[in-house]
Design a protein around this ligand. Structure first.
Ligand code: HEC
Ligand code: HEC
Ligand code: HEC
Ligand code: HEC
Length: 183
């Protein structure tokens, strides 16, 4: 009987853990793996180009600066900002997630990439191009601006734990990084 109770406890614990990880076992591939299709108006948009020009694509580069090293030192870290786990957690894709898996092609220098918001892509990358609904089942996320999920996602990083936190006005900030489909 004890064993059965233990199994139930384990099953519950495991179930709730998987509910909080965004990648569901998928690997992070890096934003370059989205470029071929998502910088092409015929395929539905120029999201890659819009993202590359925006603030998220340079979020890792920001850590490689004297200003960032100073912030890290003031927070009590002995390592440079770009090598400090706590700083990387919000400045690089996937680093907020415990046990995240990264493909060998993945590079920190992409900063906050597509998969930070749309989910680790190894499962859905090929599939969703032909069948978006199947992609969603394989881990593709499309957090809704209207529905409020997008804002909840933003504030996992845009919050007081950021040493340079500025009050986060979702509607205004979303306009700065929106990347809608063409036409
Ligand atoms: C082989 C081409 C291809 C690649 C590579 C690709 N996509 Fe897509 N993606 C598409 C197509 C086609 C659609 C559907 C466009 C439509 O019909 O609206 C789409 C749709 C999407 C959508 C919208 C989903 C929805 O619910 O409407 C998101 C988000 C997305 N892709 C993210 C990504 C990310 C992130 C990557 C890189 C990890 C990626 N895609 C790589 C072709 C691709
Ligand atoms: C994984 C963490 C993460 C998530 C999720 C995230 N951001 Fe950011 N965002 C950052 C970081 C880090 C910067 C700073 C980049 C820099 O200055 O190099 C930033 C900067 C920005 C900026 C530039 C202005 C500023 O505040 O410095 C805007 C606008 C922005 N984000 C909007 C959003 C919106 C809207 C969402 C949700 C849809 C979002 N972000 C989700 C990490 C994140
Ligand atoms: C900071 C978070 C964030 C990042 C980074 C991000 N997206 Fe998005 N993306 C969103 C949100 C939120 C939406 C949903 C907007 C809505 O509700 O209409 C979206 C929508 C989309 C759509 C659907 C557009 C439409 O009009 O239906 C595609 C395709 C897409 N993203 C691809 C990408 C690709 C490719 C990248 C990287 C080059 C990327 N996104 C980076 C948050 C992000
Ligand atoms: C909780 C997430 C989070 C953590 C942890 C974090 N950052 Fe950031 N960082 C952000 C966001 C979001 C921004 C955009 C500005 C803001 O905070 O609203 C940003 C912006 C910055 C900027 C640009 C300055 C500016 O005013 O835009 C620097 C430099 C920076 N961070 C350095 C660091 C360093 C160094 C660490 C580690 C000690 C760190 N960050 C940890 C989320 C984070």
């Amino acid at each position: 009987m004890k064993n059965a109770a233990m199994l139930i406890v384990l099953a519950l614990a495991f179930g709730s853990l998987t509910a909080f990880t965004s990648s569901g076992g998928n690997e992070y591939l890096g934003s370059k793996s989205c470029k071929a299709c998502h910088s092409n108006k015929k395929m539905g948009g120029e999201q890659y180009k819009q993202w590359s020009k925006g603030p998220h694509a340079s979020a890792f580069k920001t850590l490689q600066s004297a200003e960032a090293d100073k912030i890290a030192a003031e927070a009590g870290h002995k390592t440079k900002a770009a090598e400090t786990k706590e700083c990387l957690s919000c400045h690089v894709t996937g680093m907020l997630e415990d046990g995240a898996k990264f493909n060998k092609k993945f590079k920190n220098d992409e900063g906050v990439g597509c998969e930070s918001c749309h989910g680790a892509a190894s499962g859905y990358k090929s599939k969703h191009a032909k069948d978006v609904a199947a992609g969603h089942k394989l881990g593709l996320m499309n957090p809704s601006v209207e529905g409020g999920d997008a804002e909840k996602l933003c504030v996992t990083c845009h919050n007081e734990k950021s040493p340079t936190y500025k009050k986060f006005d979702f509607k205004a900030r979303w306009k700065e990084i929106a990347h809608p489909k063409a036409g």
